[in-house]
Design a protein around this ligand. Sequence first.
Ligand SMILES: Nc1ncnc2c1ncn2[C@@H]1O[C@H](COP(=O)(O)OP(=O)(O)O)[C@@H](O)[C@H]1O
Ligand SMILES: [Mg+2]
Length: 308
Amino acid sequence: MLRVEDITHSYKSGNEWTSVLHKINFAVKEGEMVALLGSSGSGKSTLLNLMAGLMKPTEGHIYIADKDIVKMGENKLAEFRRKNIGFIFQAYELITSLTVRENVELPLVFQSVSPRARKAKALALLEQVGIPDKADLFPSQLSGGQQQRVSIARSLITEPSVIFADEPTGNLDSKTEEEIISILLNLNRTMKTTFIVVTHEYKVAEQMQRIFTLKDGFLITESQREPQVQTEPQIEPQLELKTEVQGEEQIAEEAEPQTMVEVEEQLAAGAEQEAVEPQTAAADEDPPAEEPEHQTAAEADPAEGGKP
Ligand SMILES: Nc1ncnc2c1ncn2[C@@H]1O[C@H](COP(=O)(O)OP(=O)(O)O)[C@@H](O)[C@H]1O
Ligand SMILES: [Mg+2]
């Protein structure tokens, strides 16, 4: 489902070009969970950002679901990313002015999903990552591990085909690291989402199905782990991810908000609607949310969590 072909990347600083990735080739199958292992400066983040379409390589091709994202134009790529790619950052990158639930909902504000469906899905995912009771708190009221759980829920809400995680436990103590990795492993097992996890720690990498090791920009080894005997009970999928919730239909063709202010307005509108809506209201009578003004700015792309 993901194929990296002859990827080479150089950064320019001043008049000098520094080559940081050299002819990288590998492929990841649908539903696999792989680690990208290497010491600091080996090129892991560069490779991850290229695969996530956050920047273009100097040379080479990257196919996701048979589409070469290197060749895609800016707008098409942005849309492709929103629909197919999730990203988890080392520093969580949550929006401090939004509640936990609103942060998780955020990527869906850019798709035509009704506020009620959005909310239900966010709550289900918060349950799935083990913090159903934190929905109405703000990120600053949570521990680091809890914030990373929020960011995991946010990365899943669009049901992406692949999730890229850049040192997702890099800011966490080792006990919390274990919890977060086990959540990711469980999500991979139960939801069959493909994960590419960057880490510099072998003890994290060895838990994944395969390890790709980078050294000084070269892919030096690829190792496959023997399937392990399950020692812990598998968590049953608690959630069937659907964009429809209890017969509620998606609001088709709704204009997408383009700025952070519009996003906040949309989220607030959803909350108000929720408050006045009688519980028995026919699902298909939901008024479409107000149409926000069209703007071209795309700063508030939630899939990128505010990073480049
Ligand atoms: N934006 C940039 N401009 C110039 N050099 C960069 C930039 N980003 C990373 N590098 C360099 O590229 C190399 C690989 O960096 P990176 O991909 O961040 O490695 P890792 O994530 O494995 O620590 C490093 O030598 C780093 O200094
Ligand atoms: Mg890095």
